[in-house]
Structure formats: structure tokens, C-alpha cells
Design a protein around this ligand. Structure first.
Ligand SMILES: [Zn+2]
Length: 385
């Protein structure tokens, strides 16, 4: 079917992505490992090169850099500064703005924010990753009361600290079924976390009664300030127990009347639970589905299926484009191109089927790629113009 809805002129707002690493890796074995979530050495080294996503990416990069092979792509890449890579790729992909999860990669490995903003030419807003921030506070406070005091202080000053919302990776830690615990249970859980810190020097916040309690504090604060909260849902490395990472596990949070003013953004299209994600976006006023085109690493056909399911059932006001690009700028770049293409393809189908007029379809594309995110995250006016 001919593509009748062309969105190539829409500057996207990437509503979920990460920083670029200051030092880029150009050895084939390392570069390949950026395009799988598997910790398996053989998959990272060789199997990943036999995926539809990686083949398409290398072909697109080769065309962009004017070469042919994977090896040549990496040689061309190696000769450029990270600023130059970001500048070329972000301008080519017309990325008007980014919403950055500042929790990964660690800021000391990331490109300097100012240098990134200049090179990319994109408007920039940041999210506070809750779990890593809580972990830091655990290391700094010896008693539960002191610790909770510090958490309250942090949560109440999010905007003045320069953040426009929260990101939670509870799915990676204790699962999305976030519960209520007694004070005693939360205190005991804090004591265990402190013990982990004092014996090993670090703490990984996987203590469920404590993390669930802290998340509820964050949600109360987000609801009071109308701050969006992004949840990692579905797809990820094996640290995620996929059985506990379905968006349906968030039911008690969606059903909580006190949290209705907290926008909840379900990331990565919830893949493979994308129909469940689209359902939630259709049912709950505060649920949004992030449509991600860099990660998960999918074929064009599978990205089109995800897009079809989402646009086929959820309101266009509740869907937002992202790349989930991380560490290398090529993910942000290919995500923007592929996102426009997949959304354009599905909108063209909707027009052909008589679901939408072409004007309505064009407007829906602009909302999903740009306007919904501009509004939800409160970008400075003029962003993406
Ligand atoms: Zn992410």
C-alpha cells in the first residue's frame, strides 16, 4: 500500500531515552553488544549480528556514512568525535527534544550535558531515576527516620532540582506488583539494606517492603505535583523477571484514587505486552503508552504490529514516540526514522480502511511524535519548532 501519511517533516520529541557515552566504542565485538539485552557472551559477540534489527541498522549506517561493510562503518565512526557523531545523527533524524533518564549510563560515563545539548540541537528535560537515588540516600543515613526525612525532602523539591518527572525500574528489582507494607516491615527492610551497605560498601535496593514503601511516597509526591512517572515495563535484560513485568501488575496503582493526577507512562511499548499496554492507555485517564522504536530491537514488521495494536485501540492523545536510545547516538537516530515510518504506515492503513480522514491521520501523527510529549513533560515553549 502506498504511504500516504508522510511524517518525515515532523521534528520528534523522544519521550524516553538516555545519555550518549563520552567515549564511544568501535571494536566490532563491543559495538555489537550494545544491540542486545542478553548477558550471554556468544549472543553479544556473534548471534546479535544475525538479527533483523542489527542487519537493518548496519545497512542504514553504511548508507549514511557512504560505505558498505560493518567494519567500514566502525572505521568511519572511529574517526569522528562524539560531538560530531551526535551533531550529524540528531540533525539528520530531526530530533527536536529529548526526555532523558539520568540513571543510566552513570553520569561519569556520559557526555557532558552542555556539550550534548549543543551538538544535538535538541531541547532537553531530565527525569530522576528513583531507585538509584534512594540507594544513595540509604548509604548516607543510618536511621530509618533520618532516611525518610531525606526522602521527603528530595521528593518535594524535584522541580527545583531540575527534573520534570520520575523514572522507576521497580520491574528490574522487585516487580511491578507494588504493595503496602506496615511501618515495622519497612523498617526491618531498611535495616537489611543498611546491613548490606555496611558489610559490602554498596547497596542494591531490591528489598521489597522498603522499595514499595518508598515508591508510594514518590507517587504521593508525583500526584501532588502532577509529575509524570515512567515505568520500565516488559522487555529488558534477565534482571527483569518478565513474569512480574507485565503492565497489568500495576493495577493497584491505577486503581488508587489518590494517584489519578499522576500521569503513568508505560515504557518500551510494554513489549511483548503491548496489547495490555494499549488497553490500559484506553481505560485509565492517567495511563500513557510509550511507543519505542530503538529498543526493543525489532524488525520493521514487528514494530508495525505494535504500532497497529496501539493506534488501533488507544486514543492518539495517550501514545508517545520514543527511541529508548542509550550509549550510542545511532539508536536515537534510527528510532526517529523508523518511528515516523511505522506510525506513517499504520496511519495510512487507517485512512485506507476509512477509520480516519487524511487530515485526522496527519494530526494523530503529530500528536504521537511530538505534541503529547511537549505537553506532558512541560517542555519550554518553542521546543521542536
Ligand atoms: Zn530506557
Amino acid at each position: 500500500m502506498p504511504q500516504i501519511i508522510d511524517l518525515s517533516d515532523v521534528r520528534v520529541i523522544d519521550n524516553h531515552c538516555h545519555a550518549i557515552e563520552a567515549v564511544q566504542q568501535n571494536e566490532i565485538a563491543i559495538f555489537r553488544s550494545f544491540f542486545t539485552e542478553s548477558p550471554d557472551a556468544q549472543i553479544q559477540r556473534s548471534d546479535v549480528a544475525e538479527t533483523a534489527f542489527y542487519r537493518r541498522l548496519i545497512r542504514a549506517m553504511a548508507k549514511f556514512y557512504g560505505v558498505t561493510t560493518e567494519e567500514e562503518v566502525l572505521r568511519v565512526r572511529e574517526q569522528q568525535s562524539v560531538e560530531s557523531l551526535v551533531n550529524r545523527l540528531f540533525h539528520d533524524a530531526a530530533i527536536g527534544g529529548v526526555v532523558i533518564d539520568t540513571g543510566y549510563p552513570a553520569p561519569e560515563n556520559a557526555m557532558d550535558v552542555k556539550a550534548f545539548r549543543t551538538a544535538s540541537g535538541s531541547d532537553y528535560v531530565a527525569l530522576l531515576r528513583l531507585e538509584v537515588t534512594f540507594q544513595k540516600l540509604i548509604t548516607q543515613h543510618g536511621t530509618y527516620d533520618d532516611f525518610i526525612g531525606a526522602v521527603h525532602q528530595l521528593l518535594s523539591s524535584v522541580r527545583s532540582a531540575g527534573f520534570v518527572g520520575f523514572k522507576s525500574i521497580a520491574a528490574y528489582r522487585t516487580g511491578l506488583q507494588i504493595q503496602r507494607w506496615s511501618l515495622k516491615e519497612a523498617q526491618e527492610s531498611f535495616t537489611q539494606a543498611r546491613k548490606e551497605f555496611t558489610t559490602s560498601g554498596t547497596v542494591r535496593l531490591g528489598h521489597k517492603p522498603l522499595l514499595d514503601t518508598l515508591l508510594h511516597l514518590a507517587f504521593e509526591s508525583a500526584a501532588a505535583q502532577e509529575l509524570p512517572v515512567q515505568f520500565h515495563v516488559g522487555y529488558g535484560d534477565p534482571d527483569v523477571d518478565l513474569r512480574q513485568a507485565s503492565p497489568l501488575e500495576l493495577r493497584s496503582i491505577f486503581e488508587e484514587p489518590a494517584y489519578r493526577s499522576m500521569p503513568i507512562v508505560l515504557l518500551h511499548s510494554c513489549w511483548p505486552y503491548f496489547r495490555e499496554g494499549a488497553y490500559l492507555a484506553a481505560i485509565y485517564g492517567n495511563a500513557y503508552l510509550d511507543l519505542s522504536y530503538g529498543i526493543p530491537f525489532l524488525s520493521v514488521g514487528e514494530m508495525t504490529s505494535v504500532t497497529r495494536a496501539a493506534l488501533g485501540s488507544a486514543p492518539f492523545t495517550k501514545l508517545m514516540y520514543s527511541s529508548d536510545g542509550v550509549r550510542v547516538p545511532e539508536l536515537h537516530w534510527i528510532g526517529a526514522h523508523e518511528g515516523r515510518r511505522a506510525i506513517g504506515t499504520v496511519l495510512s492503513e487507517l485512512v485506507a480502511d476509512g477509520d480516519l480522514s487524511s487530515n485526522e491521520a496527519r494530526r494523530a501523527g503529530e500528536m504521537i511524535l511530538r505534541d503529547n510529549a511537549l505537553k506532558l513533560y512541560g517542555f519550554p515553549s518553542g521546543a521542536s519548532a
